[in-house]
Design a protein around this ligand. Structure first.
Ligand SMILES: Nc1nc2c(ncn2[C@@H]2O[C@H](COP(=O)(O)OP(=O)(O)OP(=O)(O)O)[C@@H](O)[C@H]2O)c(=O)[nH]1
Ligand SMILES: [Mg+2]
Length: 593
């Protein structure tokens, strides 16, 4: 068995165990709600606008994954960080090379220079005198400082959307230049309110107040239709101010709780546009006036936000096209230049490509810490739509009943999250370790596993031990090899690998729940009814996930195999430690706080 095959196997073990940890975290963070949502029946993928699309589908549409945007920045920051590796006590002089690198990378990302200077100055001030403490290097502390400052620049904490509580509808007015994505965002917001937000916002009225571009009204009507949202579009020959006023009246009379007004864009800021917006604003007195800006315009977006704010007064910005080829300058400058928070991010052309803008997560992405929470959410979405019952899985793992069907279900969920590569992008410190070769092979393996799974009888799928040893096991393997066209070796190594995964998952589930008896003693129904207090028992989930990522969970059997193939147990141990150290060097490895 070659080293790459071993690494490949490790990938699967890590994947399965990490997924387990991620789901533990979903439970811990969401409490009972997590269970309830996870039980929800699956949505019809073909007709639902909410379906989770695969990475390939996104790529076909020319959309790249949003978390790739800051790769350059993350790389540059890492280079900067390396310049202070090993220094035990930081002073203004010793951090200069690192600061210079950070400054360069942010300026290259088209971040506003004033914002960059302020950030670098604050980091320099706070880092001066930082020294190595027990268990934490000065470099790690520096890293944290940089991450915190970037988070501060991005807005500190999450900005929420205003909501009226007096029974009248909350009015959200959208403004922005031509083509920035206002109409798209209006329908995304309707989707977001209906699907993600609290029930008080469920009834949304979209308002077509762009009467200048001939197709604008149709566009909103079509997009609104995709989310079953009512669109108020009285026509192109009516004054937009009147449309907006009547829409709010209609919303009051008919019990809509949120009104989203889409307005016309212009090529540049002109007085007509500003006047019309000001008149709409004065008439409907919106609770939120959001400026929709295109992230691809870099720090220009920040200047624009300030100009709009000075002229009409806005409550926040929406950054669209964050999935595109942006270097991050807009995200990093808008708040610093305009003082206005970024409230949402647009990450694709579909209605569901909307995210709440979260400074802490964005900062984690920028410094390359990986973004556990996003993965956790994606995991939840994927599991929602596969109707995959993780509670059952925990119990089955505890009772040694985890079988090929369960594994297949998880594999499918991984696919829905964007595949192996996507998961590794999110894992702290793992992204650069996974080269294309390994990922390609992992994808190949997935195909092979599907074939093997298809060739198994229903009983075999439920009974992995049937493949362990003995004449019957050999017969099964021979039959499956013949049916799939694979070699017997390939079939056997998959079944062996599966047992390793099962074992690793068991160890991890044990860590998560403290005791396996807890799981064994309860029915699936009882487990689903666990209170948030019961869920406190899951607090070790994150650590379990981290250990899986650092390879501490390498099953003994696999270690033995590695030994046979030349790497001593000591060497395996050393590699695991190195991985751990690397992760710490790259930012604590703990995901977001
Ligand atoms: N990749 C990507 N494309 C987006 C996003 N938001 C909008 N778009 C695309 O940008 C283009 C313009 O979007 P619209 O919503 O029509 O923009 P608008 O601001 O309403 O345009 P006007 O009404 O003409 O001013 C469309 O092709 C959208 O599909 C996004 O977040 N990501
Ligand atoms: Mg429009």
């Amino acid at each position: 068995m070659s080293v790459s095959v071993l690494r490949l196997r490790l990938v699967w073990v890590l994947m399965a165990t990490f997924l387990n940890a991620a789901l533990c975290r979903v439970y811990r963070d969401k409490g009972r709600v997590g269970f309830v949502t996870l039980q929800r029946p699956s949505l019809d993928q073909s007709s639902s606008p909410f379906s989770v699309s695969s990475r390939r589908q996104r790529q076909r549409r020319g959309v790249t994954a949003p978390q790739m945007i800051f790769d350059q920045v993350a790389k540059g920051l890492k280079t900067g960080m390396e310049k202070i590796a090993g220094i035990e006590r930081l002073n203004s002089e010793s951090i200069q090379p690192a600061l210079a690198e950070i400054k360069k990378v942010l300026v290259d990302a088209d971040c506003n220079i004033r914002v960059v200077n302020a950030l670098v100055k604050t980091v320099a001030f706070k880092a001066d005198g930082v020294r190595k403490l027990k268990g934490v290097t000065a470099q790690q502390q520096f890293f944290k400082l940089v991450k915190d400052e970037i988070q501060e620049v991005l807005g500190g904490s999450d900005a929420s959307l205003a909501r009226r509580v007096d029974g009248r509808p909350t009015v959200i007015l959208l403004a922005g230049l031509q083509g920035t994505g206002k109409t798209t965002f209006a329908s995304k917001l309707a989707y977001y309110c209906a699907k993600k937000e609290d029930p008080a916002r469920k009834k949304v009225l979209l308002v077509a107040a762009d009467v200048y571009r001939p197709a604008a009204i149709d566009q909103l009507v079509t997009m609104g239709g995709k989310t079953n949202t009512t669109v108020y579009a009285p026509g192109a020959d009516i004054d937009p101010v009147r449309i907006a006023r009547e829409a709010v009246e209609k919303a009051k009379n008919e019990g809509f709780d949120t009104v989203v007004v889409d307005t016309a864009g212009r090529q540049a800021i002109d007085e007509d546009l500003m006047d019309e917006l000001a008149r709409i604003k004065n008439t409907v007195k919106p609770d939120e006036t959001l400026l929709v800006v295109d992230a691809m315009t870099g720090q220009e977006a920040a200047a624009l936000t300030r100009q709009f704010d000075e002229r009409i007064g806005i409550t926040g910005a929406v950054l669209t096209k964050l999935d595109g080829d942006t270097r991050g300058g807009a995200a990093l400058s808008v708040r610093g230049v305009s003082g206005k928070p970024i409230k949402f991010a647009g990450v694709g052309e579909r209605v569901e490509d909307i995210e709440l803008f979260r400074p802490d997560r964005m900062a984690s992405r920028i410094v390359g810490m990986g973004d556990m929470m996003t993965l956790v959410e994606k995991a939840q979405d994927a599991f929602d739509s596969t109707n995959f019952d993780q509670v059952k899985i925990f119990k089955k793992v505890a009772e040694d009943r985890y079988d090929f069907n369960d594994f297949m279900g998880q594999i499918e969920a991984i696919g829905k999250m964007g595949g192996v590569g996507k998961i590794f992008e999110f894992l702290p410190g793992m992204a650069d370790k996974m080269n294309n070769d390994v990922l390609r092979k992992a994808a190949q393996n997935l195909k092979i596993f599907r074939k093997i799974h298809a060739a198994m009888t229903p009983e075999e799928r439920k009974n992995p031990k049937a493949f362990i040893r003995g004449k019957q096991a050999d017969e099964r393997i021979t039959r499956i090899a013949a049916e799939t066209g694979l070699t017997m070796y390939a079939v056997r190594s998959f079944t062996t690998q599966f047992m390793q995964i099962r074992k690793a998952m068991k160890q991890q589930t044990q860590k998560t729940f403290g005791s396996m008896d807890y799981l064994k003693g309860k029915s699936v129904e009882d487990l689903k009814k666990m209170s948030p207090d019961d869920l406190k028992a899951l607090n070790t989930a994150a650590e379990a996930g981290q250990q899986a990522a650092t390879g501490q969970n390498i099953p003994r059997k696999m270690r033995r195999q590695m030994e046979i193939k030349g790497a001593s147990a000591k060497e395996v141990q050393r590699q695991a430690q190195e991985r751990q150290a690397n992760m710490m060097r790259q930012g604590g490895g703990g995901g977001p706080k």
